[in-house]
Design a protein around this ligand. Structure first.
Ligand code: PGA
Length: 259
């Protein structure tokens, strides 16, 4: 069974004080949820304070991006070597990184290899833009992004994939559950073709794009969707907790929800 996974991507929001306040408001509610893996990905400057808050608990801490080198003259960057002692996971190739900061399929692939090397669970984002969506090129775009990301990788290990259609991110216009399920099934087939049945059965694939407490059920009740990458709704403590609770209620068998 694949463990459902909900990731909060705080993006460039919260000062350190606000991040600590938000985490403090959510930590108990999130830790009570059974059978769902939950990660929060704050801005870099808040990783260490949150690491200290979450140490010893069952929540995962993640970064929103990273460089692929270990160290050196790369002004402004943060390396997997620096993140590995503090974080368990890292988001790679988010469309905002691709759009505004020159992230390419090639850099995503290098970062994926670096994350696996440092045992940071990579969350690789793929997704088509509105133009590609309207031209019916969704599968083609995603398969190209995936093939590039997995270049040179023989085993995906604990890699997670997030399907995030660009037209659904931050727009309040989520994809519909059936479309997301269909696309995620195409992604799983691509993993099968490349790495075989075991990897395809084990890999977790998330949906992302305007997920809220009001629509999470539509996604999580789909058989191929293993969780969600949540942006703006992850900045509201009660709503993020509710998203995780609904995921547990729908995806986790009752006997595994007992404490
Ligand atoms: P959103 O962002 O939930 O605010 O649409 C999702 C994401 O970009 O990961």
């Amino acid at each position: 069974m694949r463990i459902p996974f909900i990731v909060g991507n705080w993006k460039m929001n919260t000062t350190v004080a606000e991040a600590v306040y938000l985490m403090d408001a959510m930590v108990n509610g999130l830790e009570d949820i059974q059978g769902v893996e939950i990660a929060v990905c704050p801005p870099f400057v808040s990783i260490f304070p949150l690491y200290e808050m979450l140490r010893g608990g069952n929540l995962l801490l993640g970064a929103q991006t990273m460089d692929f080198h270990d160290s050196g003259a790369y002004t402004g960057e943060v390396s997997p070597l620096m993140l590995a002692p503090l974080c368990q996971t890292v988001i790679l190739g988010h469309s905002e990184r691709r759009q505004y900061y020159g992230e390419t399929d090639t850099t995503v692939s290098r970062k994926l290899r670096a994350a696996l090397q440092y045992r940071l669970m990579p969350i690789v984002c793929v997704g088509e833009n509105l133009e590609e969506h309207e031209a019916g090129q969704c599968s083609e775009v995603i398969l190209r992004q995936l093939a590039a990301a997995f270049e040179g990788i023989t085993e995906p290990k604990n890699t997670v994939i997030a399907y995030e259609p660009l037209w659904a991110i931050g727009t309040g216009q989520a994809a519909d559950g059936l479309h997301a399920n269909e696309t995620i099934s195409t992604i799983r087939q691509a993993v099968y073709d490349r790495f075989g049945a075991q990897a395809a059965g084990a890999i977790r694939i998330l949906y992302g794009g305007s997920v809220t407490a009001a629509n999470i059920a539509e996604f999580i009740s789909q058989p191929e969707i293993d969780g969600a990458l949540v942006g703006s709704a992850s900045l509201k403590d009660a709503e993020f907790i509710r998203i995780c609770q609904i995921t547990s209620e729908i995806k986790v068998p009752p006997e595994l929800r007992q404490r």
